[in-house]
Structures are given as C-alpha cells and as structure tokens.
Ligand binder design. Structure first.
Ligand SMILES: NC(=O)c1ccc[n+]([C@@H]2O[C@H](COP(=O)([O-])OP(=O)(O)OC[C@H]3O[C@@H](n4cnc5c(N)ncnc54)[C@H](O)[C@@H]3O)[C@@H](O)[C@H]2O)c1
Length: 427
C-alpha cells in the first residue's frame, strides 16, 4: 500500500507540472491567436500540425508509447484550435463539451471550410434540390476531386431507396475508406448521409454542414442517423459520429420563414427543459439574436449528448414534445417536424408553463392548436419505439428550465390531446 501511495504521489506531482505546462501552452496559444487575428490567418494549419506530430513523435523517448502520445498530442492541438477559434471568431464551439468531434460555430465559415475539414482527398457532397446550389459549390471549389449528389428535397427522400442510390453513387465515384462525404442540407440530408457514411465500406469520414436552423441546433450533432421505413420515422438507423460539424448561421438567410420558425421550436424545447434564461431571451427577442440562440442551444444539446450519447437515459429528455409530436407528424404530413414538436410540447407542460409557452409559439408563428386524427394518433402512440411494458417514457416541464421524466400509458397521452384541440374547432 505504501508503495502504491508513493507512486500515486509521483503521478500527482507530474499532474501538477502538466497543469502548469498546459496553462503556459494555452497562454502561448492565445498570443498566436492574436497574431493570426491581426494577420487574417486561419486557426487551423494542417501542415504545421502534421509536422508537430511527426517531429515530436520521432523524438519520443519510448517509441512503444507512440500511439498513445499521438492521440494525446492530437487532442491537445484540437483543444488549442478550439481555444483560438473562440478568441478570434467569438465562436462558442470552444465551450462545447467534448463529443469526440469538432463543432465549429462561426458566421461566414463556409468560405474557409478547408481550414476545418480535410478535403484533400475524394469528396462527395450530398445535398438536396431545395438547398441553394451556391453552398455546395463553395465547398466544391475548395476540394481537389469532388462529386455532388443531389437528392429530391423532402422527407420522402429519407428512404431506403435513396440510401441505396447514394451508396451506389459513392461506389461509382470510387470513394475509398480514406475519402469522405459532406452533407450540405437540413436534417433529412444529414440523417441520410450519416447513415450512408456509417454503412459504406463499414464507415468512412462524414462531415456535416447543416443549412436549416433545426439541423444547426439539433440534428447535426449527436450522431443519430436514420432513414424512414414503411412510414415509420427513423426505423432504420445507427449512431455514427461525424468527423466534424460546421455551423455557419449565414446559411440560414435563404431559409423560408416557416422553416426558420420550425427550427425555433427545437430551440424553445431546449430552453424549456434546461435553460430558463434562454427561454426569457426568446420571450423578449424571438429570432433576432439568432447566433446566440444557436450557440446556447448547441451547449445544451452537446452537454446532454456528451453525458448519454446512445440514449439510455438522460438523452431522452430531448424527446420532450416529440412523443405526441411524432404521432402528429406521422398522421398530419402537411405539418413540418418543428411545428409538430411545438404542438407536442403543449400537453407536456404544467398550466403555468403553457401560459408562457403559447404566446412564444404564436410570436414565432408556430401552431398552438390543431384538429387531430385521433384514431391514427392512437395507432402511432401504441407502437412508440420508446414504449415498454410500463408505458412510454415522456419528459414533462413543470417549471421553465426544469424537467421530469415519467412513464405514461398511450391512453393518458390521448387524454392530453384535448389541450391541442382546444380552440382549434372555433377557427
Ligand atoms: N438526427 C437527429 O438527431 C435529428 C433530430 C431532429 C430531427 N431530425 C430529422 O431532421 C429532419 C428534418 O430536418 P429539417 O427540418 O432540416 O428538414 P429538411 O432537411 O427536409 O429541410 C427542410 C427544407 O429546407 C430546404 N433547405 C435546407 N437548407 C436551406 C437553406 N439554407 N435555404 C433554403 N432552403 C433550405 C430543404 O431543401 C428542404 O426543402 C427529419 O427527417 C427529422 O427526423 C434528426
């Protein structure tokens, strides 16, 4: 035991020295950031990072430690990059918990995407017909060898047949495991491309450039990929981490206002479950401080995902509003995903929270009532994939910024639909 204590003390001393070294390294990193800002240089310098790895690696006194040292050095450089990005660009990415991939939040970053993504290989860009072509083109200009695959826009493309088409196209283009795909679009493109990347040759690098608000604040991070099957949402999918995600709020300027509002439903969701201050910000400013709203929502999503990536516990809170929301989405195809989430949140709040939520949704031009197809909704709820013998686990918000998780029966949820239908018949 004495020997163990002695060894531990040695490690404690070394850790203290490393903490000191780390601070000195970050101070130097901040000075480099200042220089780069003045000179207009990008944060990422892949050539220099490769040189550091090779130089330090070959000087490592114990070569058997090389794989561990390389992993450590890569992580240090990544942290340094995030720190510099936060100092230079005001990005909130530096404060995001580690998800195992980089999330860059920076307005205008699309034009310097090759600073963040390794595009010096075969690249396939996947987008859809509703996404302005200029976004894919700007990325293509920064690639050496590129192909663009455009899906028809709309949820119908999130299908096995489009997945197959995409995989076949990747094969035809000759992508190898060293190459990558880049999703440029909303949640539909991201979910489908992520799944294709997971499957192709048992996994190739997947970069995501979300272009809708919903995708920027929610679907692009967290590693959930899927396609729909026989009308069942996300019935076939996988958890597959992107290599990096680039969030450029400037891309939202071409989005239809209805799509922007639908994305705001997810921001409201995050605020209601975890961040009362964010909810007050939305109450007073609605969409006007968009970059801040995106940054704060990302913080919440990333924190939850970091704690429970594969949704065995905490991550289920993100389903707030989604149980009823998904059932409405499956039975009311005229409504967007975010609109269904808006409706789905209302019955899951206490009356006092609902009194604050309704005017917010109205201000955002999101629906607050709807005539529902109850038998069809019951059909969906009774087959909910989150249900167990004890019922369906749902999230409720009794006070803004705080949630409860509870098991309820489909019948109890059906009874709550009155809250959504209230007022709808009078219109
Ligand atoms: N993976 C996850 O964790 C997760 C989370 C939430 C939702 N989702 C999925 O996301 C999908 C919904 O995503 P969505 O709301 O982004 O819809 P979407 O991807 O269908 O995009 C909506 C529309 O906006 C268009 N568009 C995209 N970017 C644009 C831009 N910058 N300017 C103009 N038009 C643009 C698209 O062409 C499309 O017509 C659903 O399939 C849902 O299941 C996934």
């Amino acid at each position: 035991m004495d020997q163990l204590n002695e060894l531990r003390q040695r490690i404690d001393t070394l850790d203290r020295e490393m903490a000191d070294l780390f601070c000195r390294r970050m101070e130097a990193s901040a000075q480099v950031a200042d220089y780069k800002r003045k000179a207009g240089l990008p944060v990422l310098d892949r050539k220099r990072e490769a040189e550091i790895l090779s130089r330090n690696g070959s000087a490592l006194p114990k070569q058997e430690l090389l794989p561990f040292y390389t992993a450590f050095q890569r992580r240090v450089m990544e942290i340094s990059r995030q720190y510099q990005t936060s100092l230079i660009g005001g990005s909130s990415a530096a404060c995001l918990p580690d998800l195992g991939y980089e999330t860059i939040l920076s307005r205008g970053a699309l034009t310097r995407i090759s600073d963040y993504f390794d595009l010096n290989r075969n690249v396939m860009i996947i987008t859809d017909s509703g996404v302005p072509t200029i976004y894919g083109r700007k990325i293509a200009e920064q690639c050496r060898h590129v192909s663009v695959f455009t899906l028809p826009c709309g949820e119908a493309s999130k299908s096995i047949s489009c997945l197959r088409q995409l995989l076949e196209e990747m094969l035809r283009f000759g992508l190898t495991r060293q190459d990558c795909v880049v999703a440029v679009g909303g949640g539909m493109v991201g979910d489908l491309t992520g799944l294709a990347a997971a499957l192709y040759m048992r996994g190739i690098d997947f970069y995501n450039v979300p272009t809708t608000l919903l995708a920027q604040v929610d679907s692009a991070i967290g590693g959930k990929t899927a396609v729909n099957l026989d009308g069942v949402k996300n019935a076939a999918g996988a958890f597959y981490r992107p290599k990096a995600v680039l969030i450029d709020p400037a891309l939202l300027k071409t989005l239809y206002p209805r799509q922007l509002s639908a994305g705001m439903a997810e921001v409201v969701k995050m605020a209601l479950i975890c961040d009362a201050e964010l909810f007050s910000l939305i109450e007073t400013n609605a969409i006007s401080r968009l970059d801040e709203l995106i940054g704060r929502s990302l913080q919440i999503k990333a924190k939850i995902v970091a704690a429970d990536e594969t949704e065995h516990g905490l991550r289920r809170v993100l389903n707030f509003g989604h149980t009823i929301g998904h059932a409405i989405e499956a039975t009311h195809p005229e409504l967007l995903h975010g609109e269904c989430v808006a409706l789905g949140m209302l019955p899951m709040c206490s009356p006092s929270v609902r009194d604050r939520l309704k005017p917010v949704l109205q201000k955002l031009e999101l629906p607050t009532s709807c005539v529902l197809d109850r038998p069809a909704i019951y059909g969906v709820l009774s087959h909910d994939k989150k249900s167990t013998a004890n019922g369906i686990t749902v999230t409720e918000v009794v006070e803004v910024g705080h949630y409860n998780m509870r098991q309820v029966s489909p019948e109890e949820l059906m009874a709550r639909l009155d809250i959504i239908e209230e007022g709808a018949f009078e219109r």
